[in-house]
Design a protein around this ligand. Structure first.
Ligand SMILES: *Cc1c(COP(=O)(O)O)cnc(C)c1O
Length: 383
């Protein structure tokens, strides 16, 4: 099965991890620091704080913003559940604002309509790897005095107005899960310009323990204090080594991803009813996912039928995502459900993710294109 996304690990990566294994440090140590600095430099941010996964990174972001019970945080419905779950971890309420149907990015106008006196923050997701409208999001956050968080788990290496994602929001979150642009097995990172957020998130990932060097000098080197409730969200040095090694290859991988996306776009321009999501010319897409809308009246098959036809040929198409507000947990806990975000719900019926990863060959890309072409013909085309 050709998966929709997967990692690429080479001998350099294996050598880097092996070297870490033979060293004195296994958990968070010098290789994590090197990796954090490399991520921060890559996106042009002052600080990078590495944690055990992207979900932990979102949790750390919500914690350091002091989101709590009674607060509302605006999120998009078309995202991985973790975006909204991080709000729920803090006892706050996620408020779903609908998406732009062309890009499936959160719609700034829909955000404004959902702001109440309880709203504290916005988490915007650069869905599929395309940056959100950061100018408008910043203006809204500034005007309403809201914190702005960028869930850039799809978008490491993407640019808005030719500046990388990583500094457009107060806190920017990345994931290093194997389907993402680079991997540490599991891993995540938050970038920020704010010294106090970075320091607080470093404590949060280690039980809320502060290593106050002055207090240590006074009391002895055994001394530490737990100032607030944190978690064990540390990244290991083995993972730091892998991440730093992977990051060196990212620029080339971004080029390859964009080549594949272009090949798909050219091919599907000739296939009625297979409509790739729009992309905006003022942004550089990082191409985490290649998503098309399957328009049954033109293509002849619906999304589910195309999904099944591709799977039967060994092509691991996928659907990103079931709108978060339709999951049973959200319906029960927050009384969400159909009708809350109609544009996201309509898109959900049509969207299909085709395989796209930097290790794919042109032959594999052409196989996917051919399979999409043939499936419609085999069905007799549109009625
Ligand atoms: C992958 C992902 C996450 C969570 O990252 P993990 O590292 O899997 O915890 C959060 N948000 C989005 C949009 C993601 O794609």
């Amino acid at each position: 099965m050709l998966p929709y996304g997967r990692q690429l690990i080479d001998d350099d990566d294996i050598a880097a991890v092996t070297e870490a294994l033979r060293s004195d440090w296994l958990t968070t140590g010098p290789r994590v620091s090197t990796f954090e600095k490399a991520i921060a430099d890559f996106v042009g941010a002052k600080h990078g704080v590495a944690v055990s996964n992207g979900t932990a990174a979102l949790h750390a972001a919500m914690h350091t913003l002091r989101i709590g019970p009674g607060d509302e945080v605006i999120v998009p419905p078309i995202t991985f559940a973790a975006t909204a779950n991080a709000v729920v971890y803090m006892g706050a309420t996620p408020i779903f604002a609908d998406v732009d149907p062309d890009t499936l990015l959160i719609d700034p106008t829909a955000i404004e309509a959902k702001i109440t006196p309880r709203t504290r923050a916005i988490i915007a997701v650069d869905y599929a790897g395309q940056p959100c409208d950061w100018d408008r999001l910043q203006a809204i956050a500034h005007h309403h005095k809201l914190a702005l968080v960028d869930d850039a788990c799809h978008a490491l290496g993407a640019r808005y107005h030719d500046r990388p994602l990583g500094t457009w929001a107060d806190l920017t979150v990345f994931s290093f899960h194997p389907v993402k642009h680079i991997t540490t097995g599991e891993g995540g990172c938050i970038t920020t310009e704010h010294d106090h957020y970075a320091a607080n998130m470093r404590d949060f990932r280690c039980h809320g323990i502060t290593l106050d060097s002055h207090a240590r000098e006074q009391r002895g080197s055994w001394f530490y204090e737990m100032k607030e409730l944190g978690y064990n969200y540390r990244l290991t040095d083995l993972q730091g080594a892998l991440g730093a090694s992977q990051l060196k290859k990212l620029p080339g991988w971004l080029v390859r991803r964009s080549e594949i996306a272009n090949r798909y776009r050219c091919a599907f321009a000739e296939v009625p009813g297979i409509v790739p999501l729009s992309f905006r010319s003022d942004r550089t897409h990082a191409w985490h996912l290649f998503v098309v809308r399957v328009q049954e009246h033109l293509y002849g098959l619906n999304r589910d039928q195309l999904f099944t036809a591709l799977r039967a040929q060994g092509i691991g198409a996928h659907v990103h995502y079931i709108p978060v507000h339709l999951h049973p947990f959200y319906r029960e806990r927050f009384q969400t459900g159909p009708g809350l975000c109609p544009l996201a719900e309509a898109a959900y019926a049509e969207i299909l993710t085709l395989p796209l990863h930097h290790g794919m060959t042109d032959t594999e890309v052409d196989q996917v294109i051919e399979a999409v072409r043939i499936a419609s013909k085999a069905s007799g085309g549109p009625a």
